[in-house]
Design a protein around this ligand. Structure first.
Ligand SMILES: Cc1cc2nc3c(=O)[nH]c(=O)nc-3n(C[C@H](O)[C@H](O)[C@H](O)COP(=O)(O)OP(=O)(O)OC[C@H]3O[C@@H](n4cnc5c(N)ncnc54)[C@H](O)[C@@H]3O)c2cc1C
Ligand code: SF4
Length: 512
C-alpha cells in the first residue's frame, strides 16, 4: 500500500455494492478502502445474533471481493486485539497510520454515524466528501422538494410521483391497469382451510466465512438476543440474486393477495424476504422492481401482485427514507401520545400466553424476520395500545430484525406503528382490537383468550387495551376525521363498561 493515500473510501456495513457512489473514480494505485467491524454497532442496541452475523459475514464477503480485485482494503475485525470498539476510534486509527489526503463516502443510513464520522474528519482537519446514495430511486432533496408546502405527507402521492418520473408500471401518462393502487386486492386471509402447501424459501448454508462469524458472535455477544441455528440469509450479491429469482418465480404470484395474512408457525408465506439484501445493498431496488414488472408483462403474475410489491419497494421504501432524513435528528425524540410504559420483558423471550405475540416473537428471535403485518399489527400494535415509550419500541425493532437500519426502521416504528410523530408518517394510528388478528390469522383458535371480549377472565388483552386506548386518547383522536368511525363505536359503551375496561387494562399493564 502506498505510504500516503489520496482517497480513503469509507464503506459501512450496509453499503456493500460495487457500484456504490463512494467507489466511483476509485484508483487502485492511489486509493484505499476502509471497513470496520466494531462492538458499538452491535451493542448501542443489542443487535441480535442473526443481525450481527448477517452484517459481519456480508462485510467479510464484500471485503474479499475487493481484495480479489487487488484493491487495498484496511479492514478491522471485531475480535482484533487492538480494536477500539467504535467507528470513530477505528477511523481515527486508520487516518493516523495511513495519512490519507481526503475521505470519501456514500451518505450513511444513520444520522448518528454521519455525525460521528464527520467529527473524526474535522478533528483530523481532513475533507470528507459525502456522496449521494445512488442506490435509491429518489434523492433526499427530491423528497424535500415534494414535501415542501404540503400540510400532510402521504406515501401514495410520493409513490405516484416516482412512477411518473421513472415510467415504472405506466402506460403513457396513465398507470397500467387504469388505477394507481390495488390495495383493496391485497388484504386476503387464508380462510379456515389455511395456506396449504407453501413454496419453500431459498435459504443458504453458512460457508466458512459465515461459520467463523457465527462462532465469533456467539463468543463475543452471548448476551445479545436470538439464536443462530437456522441462519440462512444471503450474504453475497450472488445469493441475493438467487433469492430474488426464487421469490419472483414461486411467491410473487400470490404475494398481493396474501400480503397481510398470518398463519401460526408459518414464517415465510408469500413474502420476498429480500429486505436485508436490499438494505445491505446486495440487491439494487431497480433490478428488484424491474424483475417484478417483467414477470407481470410476461403474464407470470397478476397485476395486483406486481403493483402491490412494486408499491412496497418504489413507494414505501423511498418514502420512509425521505421522512427519516428530513425529520432527523428531532424525530427520534418524538412522543406525541406521551407514552411512558416499559416494553414487556416477554418481547425478548416470547414467553407469553398471547398466541399471536408468542408466534411473532419466537420467529423473530429465531430468524430475525417477521413480515410487515406481524410487525405492525401484532408486536407494534400491542406496544402502542399498552403505551410503551416509543424509544423503547424503536430500540427493540432496531435490535431484532436482520433488515434493521435506522433510516427505514425508525419511521416505520416510531411513525407508522406507534403514531409517536403525531401523523407525519401515517394519517391515523393503526389501532385495532383482537378481532383484526382473528380475521387475518388462525392464532386466536389456539389461544386462551377470546378476541371478541374486552372484559372478563378470557378477554383478549388486545381488545381490552384497544378500547382503553381510544378512551384514554379520545380528545386527541377526535381531531382526526379518520378516527370518527372507531370513536363512534366507543361512544356506544356505557360509563360502567368503560370503567370496567379501564380497570382490566390497568391489571394488564401492571402484570408486565
Ligand atoms: C414496526 C416496523 C418496523 C419495521 N422495520 C423495518 C426495518 O428495520 N427494515 C426494513 O427494511 N423494513 C422494516 N419494516 C417494513 C417491513 O415490515 C419490512 O420491510 C418487511 O417486512 C421485510 O420483509 P420482506 O422482505 O419479506 O418484505 P415484503 O413484504 O416481501 O416486501 C417487499 C419489500 O418492500 C419493502 N418494504 C415493504 N414495506 C416497507 C415499509 N413499510 N418500509 C420500507 N420498505 C418496505 C422492503 O424492502 C421489502 O423487502 C418495518 C415495519 C414495521 C411496521
Ligand atoms: S385472542 Fe387476542 S391475544 Fe390471543 S391470539 Fe387472538 S388476538 Fe392474540
Amino acid at each position: 500500500m502506498a505510504k500516503s493515500i489520496r482517497h480513503l473510501v469509507l464503506i459501512l456495513g450496509d453499503q456493500l455494492n460495487m457500484d456504490s457512489s463512494a467507489l466511483a473514480g476509485f484508483d487502485p494505485n492511489q486509493d484505499a478502502i476502509w471497513m470496520a467491524e466494531v462492538m458499538e454497532e452491535s451493542t448501542h442496541v443489542p443487535s441480535s445474533k442473526q443481525r450481527s452475523t448477517l452484517f459481519l459475514s456480508a462485510m467479510r464477503h464484500f471485503a474479499q471481493s475487493l481484495l480479489d480485485k487487488n484493491w487495498a482494503v484496511i479492514y478491522a475485525r471485531l475480535n482484533d486485539a487492538n480494536n477500539t470498539g467504535t467507528l470513530a476510534g477505528e477511523l481515527a486509527k486508520a487516518i493516523e497510520v495511513h495519512k490519507p489526503q481526503q475521505l470519501v463516502m456514500t451518505a450513511p443510513g444513520e444520522w448518528r454515524v454521519l455525525q460521528s464520522l464527520r467529527g473524526v474528519a474535522k478533528q483530523h482537519g481532513l475533507p470528507l466528501e459525502v456522496r449521494d446514495d445512488t442506490h435509491f430511486f429518489s434523492t433526499v432533496r427530491e423528497f424535500a422538494e415534494h414535501a415542501k408546502g404540503r400540510k400532510q405527507l402521504r406515501q401514495e402521492f410520493f409513490y405516484r410521483e416516482l412512477r411518473q418520473k421513472t415510467g415504472i408500471q405506466m402506460d403513457g401518462k396513465k398507470p397500467v391497469g387504469g388505477q394507481w393502487n390495488f390495495d383493496e386486492d391485497n388484504r386476503g386471509s387464508f380462510g379456515k382451510q389455511g395456506p396449504g402447501m407453501l413454496p419453500a424459501p431459498l435459504r443458504f448454508e453458512p460457508d466458512d466465512i459465515t461459520l467463523d462469524v457465527m462462532a465469533m458472535v456467539k463468543d463475543t455477544l452471548p448476551q445479545n438476543p436470538g439464536a443462530l441455528n437456522s441462519f440462512g440469509w444471503p450474504v453475497t450479491r450472488h445469493q441475493a440474486l438467487q433469492a430474488l429469482d426464487s421469490f419472483i418465480q414461486h411467491r410473487l404470484p400470490s404475494f398481493g393477495l396474501y400480503q397481510d395474512a398470518m398463519w401460526e408457525g408459518e414464517v415465510w408465506l408469500y413474502h420476498s424476504h429480500i429486505s436485508s439484501s436490499l438494505n445491505l445493498k446486495l440487491l439494487n431496488p431497480r433490478e428488484v422492481v424491474e424483475a417484478a414488472e417483467l414477470a407481470y408483462k410476461q403474464g407470470h403474475v397478476p397485476l395486483p401482485a406486481a403493483e402491490g410489491f412494486i408499491r412496497q419497494v418504489l413507494g414505501w421504501r423511498e418514502y420512509v427514507r425521505g421522512i427519516y432524513w428530513t425529520q432527523m435528528p428531532e424525530y427520534v425524540e418524538r412522543n406525541e401520545m406521551q407514552a411512558t410504559a416499559k416494553l414487556p420483558a416477554f418481547y425478548w423471550t416470547g414467553n407469553t400466553d398471547m398466541a399471536c405475540l408468542r408466534d411473532a416473537i419466537h420467529q423473530t428471535l429465531e430468524h430475525g424476520y417477521a413480515h410487515h403485518i406481524q410487525r405492525l399489527m401484532v408486536t407494534g400494535l400491542y406496544a402502542l395500545l399498552l403505551g410503551v415509550a416509543p424509544k423503547e419500541v424503536h430500540d427493540w425493532y432496531l435490535s431484532v430484525y436482520v433488515d434493521a437500519v435506522e433510516w427505514v426502521e425508525l419511521p416505520n416504528t416510531l411513525g407508522m406503528s406507534q403514531f409517536a410523530d403525531g401523523g407525519v408518517m401515517a394519517s391515523k394510528p393503526y389501532v385495532a382490537s383482537g378481532k383484526y388478528i382473528d380475521r387475518m390469522s388462525n392464532h386466536c383458535k389456539g389461544c386462551n383468550f377470546n378476541p371478541a371480549l374486552a372484559t372478563g377472565e378470557t378477554a383478549c388483552p388486545f381488545t381490552t387495551l384497544y378500547w382503553d386506548y381510544l378512551n384514554r386518547h379520545v380528545d386527541t383522536l377526535a381531531k382526526n376525521p379518520r378516527m370518527l368511525m372507531q370513536l363512534k363505536n366507543l361512544n356506544r359503551l356505557t360509563d360502567d363498561a368503560r370503567a370496567e375496561i379501564a380497570s382490566q387494562a390497568n391489571l394488564i399493564k401492571n402484570s408486565h
